[in-house]
Ligand binder design. Structure first.
Ligand SMILES: Nc1ncnc2c1ncn2[C@@H]1O[C@H](COP(=O)(O)OP(=O)(O)OP(=O)(O)O)[C@@H](O)[C@H]1O
Length: 233
């Protein structure tokens, strides 16, 4: 569905990504593991277009989208939940959710918030008229995922969605990630520090080190001793 070949990207003088190859499959959770600062967030940003590519090719259902701007990539169906969530703290939960509709075309922009959002995250219904800034970290994370899902993405990029969140909410987010992939057929990319969590949630994993993918495979086939050297354990 989305294929990256030979991606290179960075900031100013420094190159962070070096010849990254990657593939996102529909209906699967693809985990990305790696130590701090190896380039995982930069990689997600290069897919959504927030960090421009210096080389390489991104193709979406066979079409080259390397030169498309972030808003156009979002309209194609690339959803993104950044690390730190980026909730608008002075807007209500409802207003934050409605912003998710902005990526849709025509009449769909005027639709209401789909019921399934509140089935996945009941707390958002309870807190619909509260300000985003009044929510706990876990509630904000649910709001961020919900807002991305309202845009009806075909793939969803999640940057450390379980970081600093209490265990009961981690479990809920894990369950929703499973539903999003298995029931809705969306290709989920999960950047995750916690190795056990990443392996539990993912079908396929990539391991990143110093800006490149150094190992990959089905979770059921990857040998921990082969990837341990690249991880914080
Ligand atoms: N906006 C920026 N400007 C300059 N350098 C940056 C910027 N953002 C990240 N970097 C640098 O790029 C490198 C990769 O950072 P990145 O955040 O992509 O890594 P990461 O694997 O996601 O790390 P973490 O697990 O800590 O989130 C680091 O050396 C970081 O300091």
């Amino acid at each position: 569905m989305l294929t990256a070949r030979g991606l290179r990207a960075g900031y100013d003088e420094s190159m962070v990504l070096h010849d990254v190859d990657f593939c996102i499959e529909p209906g699967k959770v693809t985990g990305i593991l790696g130590r701090n600062g190896v380039g995982k967030s930069t990689f997600l940003k290069s897919i959504i277009g927030l960090v421009p590519l210096r080389n390489g090719c991104l193709s979406w259902e066979g079409e080259n989208i390397t030169k498309r701007k972030p808003d156009k990539r979002a309209r194609l169906g690339i959803g993104y939940v950044p690390q730190g969530r980026e909730i608008f703290s002075s807007l209500t939960v409802e207003e934050n959710l409605l912003l998710g509709l902005e990526v849709l075309k025509g009449k769909k922009r005027k639709q209401s918030i789909p019921k399934e959002i509140f089935e996945w995250f009941p707390v958002l219904k309870e807190m619909l008229h509260r300000k985003g800034g009044d929510l706990s970290g876990g509630q904000q994370q649910q709001l961020a995922i919900a807002r991305a899902m309202i845009g009806n993405p075909k793939i969803l990029l999640l940057d450390e969605p379980m970081e600093g969140i209490q265990p009961s909410i981690v479990q809920l987010i894990q369950e929703v990630i499973g539903i999003i992939a298995k029931e809705k057929g969306i290709g989920v990319v999960l950047v995750e520090h916690n190795v056990d969590l990443a392996l539990e949630c993912s079908d396929y994993i990539y391991v990143m080190d110093r800006g490149t993918m150094v190992a990959e495979g089905k979770v059921s086939e990857v040998k921990f001793e082969d990837i341990e050297q690249f991880l914080v354990v």
